[in-house]
Design a protein around this ligand. Structure first.
Ligand code: ATP
Length: 234
């Protein structure tokens, strides 16, 4: 579904991604783990068209998406939930969800809003509330719900667990699994919480200072000494 081959991304003269290659197959949950500053967010921003690689190939469903506008990429079926879950604070929960469907022309938006409420009952209870007053976990749910409103086939999630209490992290992760299983949505999940990420992913990639240093099945990564020491607390 997604094939990234040897991409280099720069911020001015900072070389943030150095020849990164990875692949995501349809229906998979794939995780990208790595320490602060490894380049995880940079990779997602590049996939969603916010940054342009200087070199390399990105193919989504066998077509190059390098240089395409972010909106075109959303229309093609890739939705990005950025780090820090940016919701429109002065709009209600429901208005945020409606905005998520802005690229669509079909008439099933209301039906999909109801589906999002089934997935996130908490959002239904708070549908008229201004988004800026939601808790961190609720804002994460809203950011994910809004991304789903674009009917993505590939969902890019940037650190959904960040800053959340353990119980909320569990809720969010079980919903990620549900989105994958029920909607068949393919997921690329960026996480610092390697333990949780590897518990739901099929495969993973480890990024260090802009390079992929390790890849394998989630099981193999969980059992690797390198991962255990660096990312799973020994
Ligand atoms: P974190 O887990 O802390 O979010 P990350 O793995 O997502 O980290 P990135 O945000 O992709 O890392 O950053 C990769 C590198 O690029 C870092 O060295 C960072 O300082 C640098 N960088 C990111 N954004 C910019 C920017 N707008 N301008 C200059 N450098 C940047």
């Amino acid at each position: 579904m997604l094939k990234v081959d040897g991409i280099d991304v720069y911020y001015g003269n900072i070389h943030a991604l150095k020849g990164v290659s990875l692949e995501v197959l349809e229906g998979e949950i794939v995780t990208l783990i790595g320490a602060n500053g490894a380049g995880k967010s940079t990779l997602l921003k590049t996939l969603s068209g916010l940054l342009k690689p200087k070199q390399g190939v990105i193919q989504y469903e066998n077509q190059s998406i390098v240089g395409k506008q972010a909106q075109t990429i959303v229309k093609a079926g890739i939705s990005h939930v950025p780090e820090g879950r940016r919701v429109f604070s002065n709009m209600t929960v429901e208005e945020n969800l409606e905005l998520g469907a802005f690229v669509r022309k079909d008439k099933e938006v209301q039906k999909d809003i109801q589906k999002v409420y089934e997935l996130f009952p908490r959002l239904f209870e708070r549908k008229g509330q201004l988004s800026g007053t939601l808790s961190g976990g609720e804002q994460q749910m809203l950011a994910m719900g809004r991304a789903i409103m674009a009917r993505p086939r590939l969902l890019l999630l940037d650190e959904p667990s960040m800053g959340l209490a353990p119980i909320m992290v569990k809720t969010i992760f079980s919903i990620i699994e549900e989105i994958n299983e029920t909607n068949g949505t393919t997921i690329l999940l960026v996480e610092q919480n390697a333990h949780m990420a590897l518990s739901i992913a099929k495969r993973g990639y480890v990024l260090e200072t802009g390079k992929v240093v390790l890849t394998g099945s989630a099981k193999d990564l969980r059992e690797s000494d390198e991962i255990r020491t660096a990312y799973l607390g020994g």
